[in-house]
Design a protein around this ligand. Structure first.
Ligand code: AMP
Length: 457
């Protein structure tokens, strides 16, 4: 991995004395870690790995980008290797460890990690199953039995009902991004799956945020869990710089094109609230000469995989995604995320901006916010306990003011930014100069009218 991926911020730095070998990991895993170029364990790894190795249930609060996947995969593989030494061998159609994830993309990525980290261990069979693709190859693969099965809940239940997946040999269950699974309405599926698993097992639950609902779920499925909490609850990663541009709704597309061109963004993940909105935005960006692709639930798995691959290769500059589709995407060195629309669920803001600034790299999260979104903005600022810095973009100052959240810290609370007013993009308050726009946009008139809104925005 490149130097920008190496741990360099609070999200990944731990006590210098902690090394992967001091965590009790076996040599083949240490070699796989060295192959990946990881030098020091991240906090979730430093705290979580020893806990998982003891065989205890674990409940961990960790955002994406903190190294949580390795945090559970490494000790999981070690535990499976140990029980294999004691004679455990997977039987046809059986599963020894099950990782449940909310989305297909996350499932695929977790299985990639399982393959990477198990490469020096004696044969570990892993598989990934999710909907939206043919079931028959999955059925065929399951026949041989699988040590680690990574699955989304719906397809897993399908396979179970067809008698293809059996849980009698299950040793470990992991729920990854449990908060998102609840948000996506998987609670019934999860409860059903839980009822099919042996009582005697180790259960690990990872969640970016710990809501009351998650705690209730955990109470029902974990036994005296060790709690690992490496991030302040509902916080955003410190490696991500956040700000927002107040802008009228009708000007958002033009502003996005302007930013992409002016700042020469070659790779930006853009969030819209709806699938329709994502498709629309892609069309408009392409019309403006900016390559773009959409990724959302109405796209076939093939189209989603292709869009992601093109984006990763740099063939597509903007990947426009809905919250659900973007969940779990791990794109190395993604420099910026744009919230084209704020999410209606405040927690999604934390997840969205967690797509950038991963593994300690620096990231930018920019929100284009219109007056209609004041309520969502207030919800987000309350959640992250901070006021997001506002920056006006010359020529895009909104006609409709975005009200401030009027956040007041409660006793004992600390806010990351002080509530502040609107500032121009260069950070200093200055009168806007006529003609100070770039790329021939926004032309203020002498009569004080803001701009000429005609043209091809
Ligand atoms: P995750 O939070 O599991 O999605 O991991 C985010 C990124 O961090 C992935 O690209 C990992 O490869 C990377 N990563 C995980 N652990 C470490 C580590 N100890 N040092 C550096 N990078 C890491």
């Amino acid at each position: 991995m490149s130097s920008t991926d190496s741990p360099s911020t609070d999200a990944l730095i731990t006590e210098p004395a902690v090394t992967f070998s001091s965590l009790g990991l076996v040599e083949p895993l240490l070699r796989a870690i060295a192959d990946k170029g990881y030098e020091i364990p991240s906090p979730i790894q430093a705290q979580g790995i020893p806990a998982v190795l003891t065989g205890a249930d674990v409940m961990a609060a960790a955002q994406t980008g903190t190294g949580k996947t390795a945090g559970f995969t490494l000790p999981l593989l070690q535990r499976l290797a140990e029980s294999a030494l004691e004679g455990a061998k997977v039987m046809p159609n059986h599963v020894r460890a099950l990782v449940l994830t909310p989305t297909r993309e996350l499932a695929a990525q977790v299985q990639e990690s399982v393959k990477d980290y198990s490469r020096h261990l004696p044969r570990v069979k892993s598989a990934v199953v999710f909907g939206g693709v043919k079931i028959n190859p999955q059925i065929a693969f399951m026949r041989g039995g699988v040590d680690v099965l990574v699955a989304t809940p719906g397809r897993l239940l399908d396979l179970y009902q067809q008698g293809v997946v059996k849980f009698n040999q299950l040793e470990v269950l992991i729920l990854d991004e449990a908060d998102r699974m609840l948000d996506m309405g998987f609670i019934r599926d999860i409860k059903r799956i839980m009822s099919l698993l042996p009582q005697q097992r180790q259960t690990l639950l990872y969640s970016a945020t710990f809501s009351g609902e998650i705690r209730t779920l955990a109470e029902g499925m974990l036994k005296s869990p060790v709690q690992v909490d490496v991030s302040p609850r509902n916080s955003t990663a410190p490696s991500v710089t956040q700000w927002l541009h107040p802008v009228d709704k009708s000007e958002k597309t033009a502003l996005l094109c302007h930013l992409m061109k002016k700042q020469d963004w070659q790779q930006v993940l853009v969030f819209t609230r709806t699938k329709h909105g994502a498709n629309n935005l892609v069309k408009k960006l392409e019309k403006a000469g900016l390559s773009a692709a959409a990724i959302h639930g109405n796209k076939s798995q093939g189209a989603r995989t292709r869009a992601l691959a093109d984006f990763k290769k740099g063939e597509v500059r903007a990947l426009v995604a809905t919250d659900i589709a973007a969940r779990g995407l791990d794109i190395e060195q993604l420099p910026q995320v744009v919230n084209f629309e704020l999410p209606s669920v405040a927690e999604d803001y934390v997840h969205r901006i967690g797509r950038t600034g991963r593994a300690g790299a620096k990231g930018k999260a920019i929100s284009l916010v219109c007056a209609d979104e004041a309520k969502q903005l207030a919800g987000i600022e309350r959640l992250i306990k901070g006021v997001i810095k506002r920056e006006m973009v010359d020529g895009f100052e909104p006609d409709h003011r975005v009200p401030s959240s009027n956040l007041k810290a409660q006793p004992g609370e600390k806010f990351v930014n002080k509530p502040g007013g609107n500032k121009p993009a260069n950070g200093s308050r200055r009168p806007r100069k006529p003609g100070s726009t770039s790329q021939g946009r926004a032309k203020p008139t002498s009569s004080g009218q803001r701009r000429n809104t005609s043209g091809n925005r």
